[in-house]
Design a protein around this ligand. Structure first.
Ligand SMILES: Cc1cc2nc3c(=O)[nH]c(=O)nc-3n(C[C@H](O)[C@H](O)[C@H](O)COP(=O)(O)O)c2cc1C
Length: 372
């Protein structure tokens, strides 16, 4: 797509970090080594990821926490100014904002995005989310829109952004939701015609939005059935290709617990998820997502809760470096272009990863050795 953004670089399997702007990151746990969302911590993690050659830092758009002992995600940095700071402090990693469309006017969003694109010299991308956690959006004084309407609103929002990013002259825009009078923005982004867009829509309406507008779609994948997961990925690409004549990249997310033995890794997973999990926060998250827990069998209920606590429902990469690489080879073979990773303790996790997983991924041909 362009040669400034590592999101479209040469590594067959791209890697990013998820959640380095919100307390706890993705792990719903009370262990003291969890991410505290202070700026020095965020900066250290971002700079380590940059030095190790990861492709992306993706923040979470969040305004309120999910309660429980940790008030999961309740301490959260604004994603645009977070991205600006991180972009200035790093050299080659892709830096994203995650923007809740109803909370930011598109003129402001386009301007802020362009600014980060310039600060990063073309390493910026925009993850568009419509919002689903009603209490955080209701803080803005408006009710959350009905599900499909959110995507209609997002479509107007992004159409306006594209006009601001590309039109030299002033333009009027008359939408159902948003009106712009003599819209204008300078400078234009470094990346032409626009910075890349990401979206994680999973409903029919959400998938259609991502296929039409996004360069990267985030999918929630069930890795327990790889044939089914492959069909899921293929159908997404097919929709983008056949309906909109577009080729899109597909990413998903994994939580990582890497240790020298399988048992050590599984013991640590049990420790942070079961012994020290923040069950109240996990139950709140599932309830807000509309999971009718009381209707599920107790086994299914515990499974759902475990996955949320382990890493926001992402796929598990739990075990030795060899085991993790074996899994990554499979995930790449079913068509994933990239994976967002999260750890309970990002710095410790990334050091282990870089020491043991990176060389094995290079041997497997999924990633190239780092060059200056
Ligand atoms: C990897 C990933 C990241 C997401 N990040 C956010 C986020 O930061 N903020 C948010 O409100 N929703 C986030 N979502 C939720 C999605 O935007 C979307 O609401 C969800 O996947 C359900 O899809 P639907 O809107 O099509 O029903 C994320 C989803 C995924 C899979």
């Amino acid at each position: 797509m362009n040669d400034t953004n590592p999101l479209f670089g040469r590594n067959r399997l791209k890697l990013g970090l998820f959640g380095v702007n919100v307390s706890n990151g993705c792990a719903v746990t009370t262990v003291p080594e969890r991410f505290g969302a202070t700026w020095p911590e965020a900066l250290a993690i971002a700079q380590m990821a940059d030095g190790f050659g990861f492709e992306a830092l993706v923040p979470v758009a969040r305004w309120k926490g999910f309660g429980g002992e940790t008030n999961m995600n309740g301490t959260n940095f604004d994603t645009y100014t977070w991205a600006a700071g991180i972009a200035q402090a790093t050299k080659r990693i892709g830096v994203l904002t995650t923007s809740h469309v109803p909370t930011v006017h598109p003129i402001m969003a386009a301007k802020q995005s362009t600014t980060v694109d310039h600060i990063s010299n073309g390493r910026f991308a925009l993850n568009i989310v419509c919002g689903w956690f009603a209490p955080e959006l209701e803080m803005f004084g408006r009710d959350i829109m009905e599900h499909d309407t959110r995507y209609d609103y997002a479509a107007e929002w992004i159409e306006i952004m594209k006009l601001l990013w590309s039109r030299e002259d002033e333009f009027d825009y008359e939408g159902k939701f948003i009106r712009v009078k003599k819209g204008f923005a300078m400078p234009k982004p470094i990346q032409k015609p626009f910075p890349p867009l990401m979206n994680a829509g999973s409903s029919g309406k959400g998938r259609d939005f991502a296929a039409k507008y996004a360069d990267i779609a985030f999918l929630h994948i069930d890795a327990s059935d790889l044939d089914k997961a492959k069909a899921h990925i293929d159908s997404y690409r097919k929709l983008a290709r056949e309906e909109y004549g577009r080729e899109i990249h597909i990413w998903s997310n994994c939580h990582v617990t890497q240790r020298d033995t399988q048992k050590e890794a599984e013991d640590y997973l049990q420790h942070y998820v079961v012994t020290k999990g923040d069950d109240v926060a996990a139950e709140n998250i599932l309830a807000i997502q509309g999971v009718q827990m009381q209707r599920l069998l107790s086994e299914e209920r515990e499974y759902r809760k475990f996955n949320v606590k382990a890493g926001w429902g992402g796929m598990p990469l739990v075990g030795t470096a060899d085991h993790i690489v074996e899994k990554l080879i499979k995930l790449s073979s079913i068509g994933l272009d990239g994976i967002l990773l999260s750890w309970v303790d990002y710095l410790d996790g990334m050091r282990r990863w870089h020491r043991d997983v990176t060389p094995r991924l290079e041997q497997a041909g999924l990633r190239l050795p780092l060059t200056d």
